[in-house]
Design a protein around this ligand. Structure first.
Ligand SMILES: [Zn+2]
Length: 72
């Protein structure tokens, strides 16, 4: 098989996996506090101490959905 075709298939499959992950669990754990809600003694401002953050793919999906909704 051609290497470029193989790379295209791999990219497509990984994108599909990521999209389904964003759909099934839109929240990932916060990278700043690793989902522990705190950074040492301090309150985590990145996730507002929820330990969760919205995945980039899901944020993109929400953006596209709003764009579509507003574009009527
Ligand atoms: Zn956090």
């Amino acid at each position: 098989m051609h290497p470029a075709l193989l790379a295209t298939i791999a990219l497509f499959v990984s994108t599909l996996c990521y999209a389904s992950r964003c759909y099934l669990s839109p929240f990932g754990s916060c990278r700043k506090c690793q989902g522990k809600r705190r950074r040492g003694p301090r309150h985590c401002r990145r996730c507002d101490s929820t330990g969760l953050r919205l995945r980039v793919g899901r944020r993109l999906w929400n953006y596209v959905r709003h764009l579509h909704h507003d574009g009527r």
